[in-house]
Write a protein that binds this ligand. Structure first.
Ligand SMILES: Cc1cc2nc3c(=O)[nH]c(=O)nc-3n(C[C@H](O)[C@H](O)[C@H](O)COP(=O)(O)O)c2cc1C
Length: 225
């Protein structure tokens, strides 16, 4: 318990501690992390990720919120080349970039986290997907902080992955997190409210991701300061 007190202080916007100059650093840190946490689909495949790092990332997911604290998620983690080669063919990459089938050999992920639902831990579908998003975000933010990056893959052949990795029927795969040292540049750009949100790759291989403007995301504001 004790070791989390300081972290609670960091997270409270009204804590006097946060008016310290450190506040600025902390704030920039999350701003930078969130901005850098893009979906990366091309990696330096030979830049391996230690198993200790992958386990640490699962530690970040362990600390995420979970509806009714059911904790219905389990993980299969791989940095093993043979296992990675079994996973890769079943993933579908960047649906909007129709003339690209996914990263070439040498640019493929160095590691994978397969996020599974443990069917014994009963929760609702909505809660499960909320837990899933939070856990994945923590894993990805952790990866970015360590100089890696990743992509959530929801479009994959589930039966084939289950069979290739010998996963028991108790567990249902929900998402695959592809991880590695990014070997591509991703740029965010702003679009008008009903603008084209399809990501695209330009002639220099830079991946552009259109995001709606912050002011267009806020439906109502009630404020007196
Ligand atoms: C639930 C979920 C499933 C996704 N599935 C895929 C996928 O199957 N293949 C893929 O290339 N990207 C997938 N993505 C990544 C999105 O395409 C990406 O988040 C989006 O283009 C915005 O880019 P950004 O993550 O850099 O903001 C998925 C993202 C989420 C949140």
């Amino acid at each position: 318990m004790g070791e989390y007190v300081r972290e609670q202080g960091y997270s409270s916007l009204h804590d006097p501690f946060l008016s310290d100059p450190l506040e600025q650093e902390e704030h920039l840190m999350i701003e930078e992390l969130v901005a850098k946490n893009r979906s990366y689909r091309r990696f330096c495949e030979d830049d391996r990720i230690d198993m200790a790092v992958l386990k640490e990332l699962i530690g970040f997911s362990q600390k995420s919120a979970s509806a009714r604290n059911i904790q219905p998620l389990k993980y299969v983690i791989s940095n093993n080349r043979e296992t990675n080669a079994l996973i890769y063919p079943h993933l579908f990459w960047a649906g909007y970039i129709s003339d690209w089938d996914g990263p070439e050999s040498g640019e493929r992920p160095a590691a994978y986290v397969i996020v599974l639902r443990d069917t014994v831990r009963k929760t609702t579908a909505d809660m499960l997907w909320c837990d899933l998003g939070l856990a994945c975000q923590n894993i990805l933010l952790g990866a970015v902080e360590k100089g890696y990056g990743g992509c959530l893959i929801g479009s994959f052949r589930k039966k084939e992955i289950v069979s290739a990795l010998g996963i028991s029927k108790r567990y249902t795969p929900l998402l695959v997190i592809a991880l590695g040292r990014p070997a591509e540049t991703v740029r965010l750009e702003e679009v008008d409210i009903d603008g084209d949100i399809r990501y695209y790759r330009d002639g220099n291989g830079v991946h552009h991701v259109p995001k709606r403007k912050v002011r267009d995301l806020i439906l109502k504001i009630f404020s007196d300061v």
